[in-house]
Design a protein around this ligand. Structure first.
Ligand SMILES: [Zn+2]
Length: 252
């Protein structure tokens, strides 16, 4: 298993999975964690077991719908709730979202340890999904935005994400001209767009880490929906409050 990690979130069990470490064949090779992309469900379940074994965590999952709804989950679960962000306050229970170009944003509260994982494609970015994640941590865990830490994970970058002039104009109007790159076709910088959303929600600039890893640019490392024309797998971003899994034996 080969996890990409954030230096800012080093105190929390967390990671961004890559293609490595799973058992799925092409085009889902190898660690496909997406259940609705054509891969054999038994292989996907085995990939999840491998991730659980490698991390020692349980995963609280949701059915992502490109919105901005947040749910708090206190136990590992299969994706049933429709939401695009998960909050966890329980050690050992990882909030997670699955992606293959969309932006995963991980949030952590250094005061209480609570965490959130947010899924933000272009729709979720415009809908302020990352802002809703910040608000949910404040509501559910008493967090303060100016204390929160955030990491913006591997996703399609401004190098590759061409969009229509109409969509580029909507982003520039909503989040400023800095989130659009000009060229033969305009390209969106979803990393900067989500950073802007976080800053507007009260997160401090020095508390936001952009990993700046483009999923489309690294075919050996990441699944990319656009690069692979939809025939590909899903990676996940996850984070759990620090501490032992409740109910597990204390360390000797
Ligand atoms: Zn790229």
């Amino acid at each position: 298993m080969d996890l990409v990690r954030s230096a800012l979130l080093a105190a929390w069990p967390h990671g961004f999975t890559t293609r490595a470490g799973g058992g799925s064949p092409p085009p889902w090779d190898a660690l496909n964690l997406g259940g609705a992309v054509g891969d054999d469900p038994a292989r996907v379940a085995e990939n999840w077991r491998r991730l659980e074994a490698a991390t020692g965590l349980g995963f609280a999952r949701v059915r992502q719908v490109h919105g901005a709804r947040v749910v708090r989950l206190d136990a590992p679960c299969a994706p049933e709730d429709e939401a695009d962000a998960v909050v966890s306050l329980r050690a050992g229970v990882a909030a997670c979202v699955s992606v293959a170009d969309c932006v995963p944003v991980l949030l952590a509260d250094p005061d209480g340890g609570a965490v959130a994982a947010v899924h933000a494609g272009w729709r979720g970015t415009l809908a302020g999904a990352a802002r809703e994640g910040v608000r949910a941590l404040c509501r559910e865990a008493g967090a303060r935005p100016e204390r929160l830490l955030a990491a913006i994970g591997p996703s399609i970058g401004p190098c590759c994400y061409e969009v229509s002039p109409e969509l580029a104009a909507r982003f520039a109007a909503a989040l400023g001209p800095g989130v659009v790159r000009d060229g033969p076709a305009p390209r969106l910088d979803l990393w900067e767009a989500n950073r802007t959303v976080l800053l507007e929600a009260g997160v401090r600039p020095e508390h936001v880490e952009r990993l700046d890893r483009c999923t489309a640019c690294e075919p050996g490392r990441f699944f990319s929906h656009r690069r692979d024309a939809g025939r590909t797998g899903r990676q996940i971003a996850f984070i759990a409050p620090p501490g032992p899994m409740p109910g597990s034996a204390p360390l000797p």
